[in-house]
Design a protein around this ligand. Structure first.
Ligand code: ZN
Length: 155
């Protein structure tokens, strides 16, 4: 015997439709409850989806491998959610306020000081200098101005 996964009516192991709720049911699962019916088309779509994912996963794997080989000073890509500043002093000011947890003060500072701004995601940058405490100087591609940010902001 197996149970319907929808209404838990006891069914014959060979039943493909629940005698009570008339829903399609699959084979008996390990817990004695029939599996929910998956149409062959859904299965095919899932399979194709998985096949499509494998090459993507492989390319990402090989890519991160080669990326590790050119960590410095090559091209880096910025991640989102980090602050940047035109000088080390401005950056440490922003980081200090951010670390204090006062987000209102932090956003006020970003809005009022043009030297402190959020770092755009996905910008290609060149690493120019690395300071203690994980602070780095980067130059966005196509820009002549260098900016400071924290190490975690780039890959
Ligand atoms: Zn049922």
């Amino acid at each position: 015997m197996k149970k319907c996964p929808y209404c838990f009516t006891e069914l014959d192991d060979r039943a493909s439709i629940c005698s009570s709720c008339r829903k399609k049911v699959g084979k008996k699962g390990r817990d004695g409850i029939a599996k929910k019916y998956t149409s062959p088309i859904t299965k095919l779509i899932l399979l194709l989806f998985l096949i499509g994912l494998i090459p993507t996963a492989l390319t990402q794997f090989t890519k991160s491998d080669s990326d590790n080989n050119k960590k410095q000073p090559g091209i880096h890509i910025t991640k989102k959610g980090y602050v940047a500043a035109t000088t080390e002093q401005y950056l440490s000011m922003a980081v200090k306020i951010y670390a204090s947890g006062d987000m209102n003060a932090f956003y006020k500072l970003m809005n009022s000081n043009p030297n402190i701004f959020p770092l755009k995601e996905g910008v290609r940058v060149y690493l120019e200098d690395v300071k203690l405490k994980g602070i780095v100087k980067i130059r966005p591609e196509g820009s002549t101005v260098s900016i400071w940010t924290i190490r975690e902001a780039i890959d």
